[in-house]
Design a protein around this ligand. Sequence first.
Ligand SMILES: [Zn+2]
Length: 466
Amino acid sequence: MCIRDRYLLDYTVEWNVPDDQNLILEYGHPYKKEPVIAEAKGHIFHRKGKKLTVKETGKADVTKLGRYELTYKTIFRGKTYSLKRVVEVVDTTAPELTLAGDTTMQLEAGLPYLEPGFSATDLYDGDTTKNVTVEGTPEIVLPGDYTLIYRVKDSSGNETHMERTLHVVDSTPPALQLRGNDTMYLRLGSSFSEPGYSAWDACEGDCTAGVSISGSVDTNTPGTYTLTYSVNDQSGNNNSCVRTVHVYAPQQNQSVNPGDKVIYLTFDDGPGPYTERLLDILDRYGVKATFFVTNAQPNYRYVIAQEAARGHTVAPHTYSHDYSYVYQNTESYFADLQAMNDIIIEQTGQVPWLLRFPGGSSNTVSANYCHGIMSQLAMEVEMRGYQYCDWNVSSGDAGGTTSSSQVVTNVISGVQSKNVSIVLQHDIKGFSVDAVEEIIQWGLANGYTFLPMTYTTPMTHHGINN
Ligand SMILES: [Zn+2]
């Protein structure tokens, strides 16, 4: 612009100011300072203009917001001319706000809302993230739509805002928990009382009152009963679980009707410290079993007498259970067998007619000591009047199974596919003895008869492998 000062005789002093005399600068925008020029012009002299020396006082700091006054002075022919100028550095640009995550989010109800984060930067103030406010944040989100508003102001009062939309849905069913065992056993004629349950939903809290139960238990009829527990939340999500109740009657006698399913429980390698406990369990249910005994723990020899006296079948397994001795030749096999028979006869007064080979008739360990000995022994024992028996259901208690519950599972799953089961367990394993009660309760509730082995028992023979 050009400012014509005033006439002095025939001279004029003109100010040439780049941009506006009063200048507003947006902070951060590039600014190139142009000089303010004063010129003297006359009609005769200096018709093209004479540049005068200009002195500038005051300073505009474009790196800081503010109002700056600048004064320009020049002297021409002994007279001072001045010009005032105001430069204002302003910030009218709002901070930039950035949301982490999506601006529309799908959330599962009942969980705390976790803010994905945000950041704000302002050209002048720099990082203004700490000034961001968020409105509408739910503490625990319930189903529905929410709008979160993020706002931030800079020090000049420029505000920006953004929104985030939350679509909250409930697709999680309530948690449902049974008190007591999910498999129960009840003696015939006893009463069933519901052990209880609880249900909890992330949105609705305790919803135990909404649990419905279908099914019933008749404790006067042996069998397996299923109770189904079911609960819905208000969004229609369902959860259910099942309790199985077995009602059993203790076995009254050892008779079995044709076609009935039969379980022969057999126990090897005892007697030992758990065997008397096992005998008590068997007595409680009227169940008779078969014991293939050893002399591994001579202190418990007297238990062999109890086994027989309480109606169980007692038969030799092996005196030593030492494969390298028993299977080195037929003579040592029969010597070992005779040693065990002598103890059985001493304890029970009965002469054994049944046996079980160490490792079973299909063992291959014997091949380490004598080629073909199992073929010879299988014939030889029958010639000597014995029957030998293997098993068709293994509890796994001699191998990888180390818990009662797994023994129960193994035996029940093995028995279920057979009409006649010969179950192998070891009464020198406490956890295996602990499994017997549940196996019996399950069997009695499901129509099985437990029998001790007799002459008429169908003998299970594995194939001979040596
Ligand atoms: Zn054994």
